[in-house]
Design a protein around this ligand. Structure first.
Ligand code: PLP
Length: 431
């Protein structure tokens, strides 16, 4: 399969798209055409790994990883990704639980896939590949965990000082020597700009052999489409109906994977994005003008994104705002509504949501009557124990800690503080 940049460069194969992350012309890689599937193509697939093997096969064509795809997918989907029905009378909803991986957020899935691919492509080369990753909280931990101690791989994590939860910060800073954690005096958008600037810098790129593991890397996107395929197929086979999805959204990587799955022919009904008070996407669909802004700090920190980079992919694949607003819904949720949703979820569902997932449950509770007839799958993006300082006071209970998270929190940490400048980053890389 040929991959092209959203700005035109290409074609290249999957290997190079994975290694480069971002295209030389500043665009993001996408396959030339999305493969199309019939629902019957998945007949006989009875695990998420089977589904992944069918769905992702065309994306590996022409890659040196083609013969290793099965192993890569087995390595990626090494923890359960269940869709569980909510037992609430007269309501039609379930929850897709994406938080059973090592760092308890959905980013573990994309990160594991990328690590499995890049280690096979690059792990034997003398000078290490440097994976640069800007994080608003969860990506960095997932990438660090996935690449921790892998030969030939170095990870540099940039996170915004004071804008990640204490447990998230711990997850960003507790790894082996091949992981460098940088606490940046700035916002997530500053971290993201720094990564882009470093990758665009010829000298630094040659010295460090950069690659990016942000959701701009196609390797993050591909495996994420798999759980939407698996979850929608399960529902469709059971009921004959296409479920809708409500997806907590920041940089638009997770929701884009669902939209792509629907474009490829999977039985997915309406898709609604829930954002926090960062309204760049809702404003775009309303005003038809793309106007990125500074990110605002909210309770759902991993969604504090003012300039969601995957919009470039979405526009390229599906169309601009005029087309998009007929294809997806989007709704923004304020902090007080997040708090209210966490309380109600605990009372009515008997389970606890994290602040990100709570944007989706809030949207679900406030659906228009016409939309209520659908079966909705609420996407749970992180385990609430990662955000216990927000959630525990609201539900007035302790949240039991998943064992993987407890293990990570028992490790010692270290980080380097830097200014949000290319000079600051460059010095830290030498160190
Ligand atoms: C990253 C993240 C999001 C946002 O996902 P995007 O792909 O950036 O839209 C939502 N919830 C959690 C818990 C996250 O870590």
């Amino acid at each position: 399969m040929d991959y092209f940049s959203t700005r035109g460069a290409g074609p290249i194969n999957l290997d190079d798209a994975l290694k480069r992350g971002i295209a030389n012309d500043g665009g993001l890689y996408l396959p030339k055409n999305l493969p199309k599937f019939n629902i019957s193509d998945f007949d006989g697939a009875d695990s998420i790994i089977d589904t992944a093997n069918i769905l992702l096969k065309p994306f590996f064509l022409g890659s040196s990883l083609e013969l290793e795809m099965k192993d890569i997918l087995r390595e990626t989907f090494h923890f359960p990704i269940p869709t569980n029905n909510l037992s609430i009378p007269e309501k039609n909803a379930s929850v897709l639980e994406l938080y059973h991986g090592p760092t308890a957020a959905f980013k573990d899935i994309g990160a594991s896939f990328l690590a499995a691919c890049l280690t096979r492509l690059e792990g034997k080369i003398e000078s290490p590949l440097t994976i640069l990753v800007a994080t608003s909280g969860d990506t960095g931990g997932a990438v660090a965990a996935a690449f921790d101690s892998r030969p030939g791989m170095r990870v540099v994590v940039l996170f915004p000082d004071g804008r990640v939860s204490a447990r998230q910060e711990h997850q960003l800073c507790c790894w082996s020597e091949n992981v460098l954690s940088l606490r940046v005096k700035g916002s997530f958008d500053d971290c993201q700009s720094l990564v882009k600037a470093a990758m665009a810098d010829k000298e630094l790129s040659i010295t460090h052999r950069f690659s990016s593991a942000n959701s701009i890397n196609i390797g993050r996107l591909l495996p994420q489409s798999t759980y939407y395929a698996d979850s929608s197929l399960q529902h469709f086979h059971r009921t004959g109906k296409k479920p809708g999805f409500i997806i907590p959204t920041g940089n638009l990587g997770n929701a884009l994977a669902c939209i792509i799955a629907r474009e490829m022919g999977l039985p997915i009904g309406p898709i609604i994005l829930s954002t926090n008070a960062n309204k760049t996407i809702p404003n775009y669909l309303k005003s038809l003008k793309w106007a990125p802004s500074e990110s605002l700090q909210t309770l759902a920190t991993a969604m504090d994104v003012g300039n969601p980079s995957n919009m470039e992919r979405l526009r390229h694949l599906v169309g601009d705002a005029k087309v998009l607003r007929n294809k997806i819904g989007v709704s923004s949720v304020e902090d007080n509504e997040i708090e209210e949703a966490i309380k109600k979820d605990h009372e009515t569902f008997g389970f606890t949501t994290c602040p990100h997932t709570a944007t989706a449950t809030h949207v679900w509770r406030n659906l228009d009557t016409a939309l209520q007839k659908h079966h909705w799958i609420i996407v749970a993006t992180a385990h609430p124990a990662k955000f216990e300082t927000i959630v525990e006071p609201l539900i007035e209970e302790k949240i039991p800690m998943p064992p993987d998270l407890a293990n990570i929190l028992s490790k010692t940490t270290s980080a380097v503080d830097i200014e949000p400048t290319l000079g600051g980053l460059s010095d830290a890389l030498k160190g």
